[in-house]
Design a protein around this ligand. Structure first.
Ligand code: NDP
Length: 387
């Protein structure tokens, strides 16, 4: 029988379960590319419940314990005395979400002698040392597409919120004011602006589709071009590199994975080639932006606004400068953890575990590392030996 260690974010401060705002969520059966949503044999939760926190347990406890497995769920993941570090010694499976990542470093992977499977309940496995997983023959899997549309919606919300100066205007209301001039002195229409995405994969192309009706000029850069008919349908202009694209944009949204090519891509040099008063929305990974360069650009006015939900490290310390820099619309890492998304990636985690324990193949599109090599989605998105 196996030990499964599941690292999840803390419960709500006012207790679990919360009072839910709605009684149900719509069911999504297929993603835009036709891929089916997760299809485990059964689930032990009601879609729409809060599953990503410690008491939510991703809805896995009954399923795992009924088969004689041990499930340890904790939010305590940092430092040698953390529950994660203590429980790692004999864990076979580690599960965490990118919102509250269990950083699976080479050192941790080497120490976890029984470790065979690492699951990202969500998308993005850059918190795992994939080379170390490859060397140890550990399988790494994630729930591809489970929250891509959730993130795309968050991106559109943040672009509108920055450009229209929503958050400061809302603050005037909370403060009892009616300060229209103070609100509108930084408020613009998105219409007719040039909006570019760094990467047009699942999230980036969903952002493009959602922005088209706003009457904006769309741009993208990616390692591979979209099919000509898609470019035409969206009316989107391709640029061979990020460097070529950003000078023509008013708004840039970052939707590329974090890897050596994209780490600190948005540094002083690149940001200084953008139009004065541009906006950046980054929901991909915090490290794609140079932390202090973003602060400097907001302070100088080179950037009019920055928003996103990804930081480094996570959770961000209380003194992280992105909490207090001017004109930002940051949230904690939440875009991919709506209750709607949780239902999908909890079901996807269950599907992977069912396959694992029944020795059935895990869906190709969920695989990142298997059999000592990058596999499936991982072979497409990551580069072995790049660290
Ligand atoms: P996809 O794999 O569908 O798309 C990523 C795209 O990025 C691919 O088209 C890829 O090109 C392209 N790309 C890779 N490197 C570069 C580069 N240097 N310049 C331009 N394009 C590049 O991923 P998703 O759209 O599903 O997700 C994107 C990222 O968003 C994830 O890697 C993750 O980090 C983040 N994410 C954040 C979430 C959140 O909650 N905030 C939730 C989910 C994801 P190619 O196909 O040629 O490799």
């Amino acid at each position: 029988m196996s030990k499964i260690v599941c690292v999840l974010y803390d419960d709500p401060v006012d207790g679990y379960p919360p009072a839910y705002a709605r009684d149900e969520i719509p069911t999504v059966e297929r993603y835009p590319d036709g891929q089916t949503t997760p299809s485990p044999k059964a689930i032990d939760f009601t879609p729409g419940e809060l599953l990503g926190c410690v008491s939510g347990e991703l809805g896995l406890r009954n399923f795992l314990e009924s088969q004689g497995n041990t499930l340890v769920v904790t939010s305590d993941k940092e430092g040698p005395d953390s529950v994660l570090d203590r429980e790692l010694e004999d864990a076979e499976v580690v599960i965490s979400q990118p919102f509250w990542p269990a950083y699976m470093t080479r050192e941790r992977i080497q120490r976890a002698k029984n470790l065979k499977l690492i699951i990202t309940a969500g998308i993005g496995s850059d918190h795992i040392d994939l080379d170390a997983a490859i060397e140890r023959g550990i399988t790494v899997a994630e729930i591809t597409y489970s929250n891509s549309i959730s993130v795309a919606e968050h991106v559109v919300m943040m672009i509108l919120s920055l450009v229209r100066n929503y958050l400061p205007s809302h603050q005037w209301v909370l403060d009892g004011g009616w300060n229209i001039a103070d609100c509108v002195k930084r408020s613009y229409d998105l219409e007719a602006m040039h909006v570019g995405t760094v990467a047009a994969g699942r999230i980036g192309s969903a952002v493009l589709r959602r922005l088209k009706p706003f009457g904006v000029h769309l741009h993208y850069t990616d390692k591979h071009r979209l099919p000509a008919e898609v470019e035409e349908e969206l009316g989107v202009t391709f640029h061979p590199t990020t460097q070529d694209m950003v000078p023509v944009c008013d708004v840039v949204t970052i939707n590329a994975p974090l890897h050596p090519e994209t780490e600190h891509l948005f540094n002083d040099e690149l940001i200084n080639t953008m139009k004065r008063g541009s906006y950046i929305v980054n929901t991909a990974r915090g490290k794609i932006c140079d932390r202090d360069a973003i602060v400097r650009a907001l302070e100088s006015g080179q950037l009019a606004g920055y928003a996103g939900d990804v930081w480094y490290p996570q959770p961000a310390p209380p003194d992280h400068p992105w909490r207090t820099m001017p004109h930002h619309g940051m949230t904690p890492h939440i875009s991919g953890s709506s209750l709607s998304a949780q239902a999908r990636y909890a079901a996807g985690t269950r599907e992977i575990l069912e396959c694992w324990f029944e020795e059935r193949p895990i869906r190709e599109e969920y695989l990142i590392v298997q059999g000592g090599a990058l596999a499936g989605a991982g072979a497409h998105s990551y580069t072995a030996g790049a660290r």
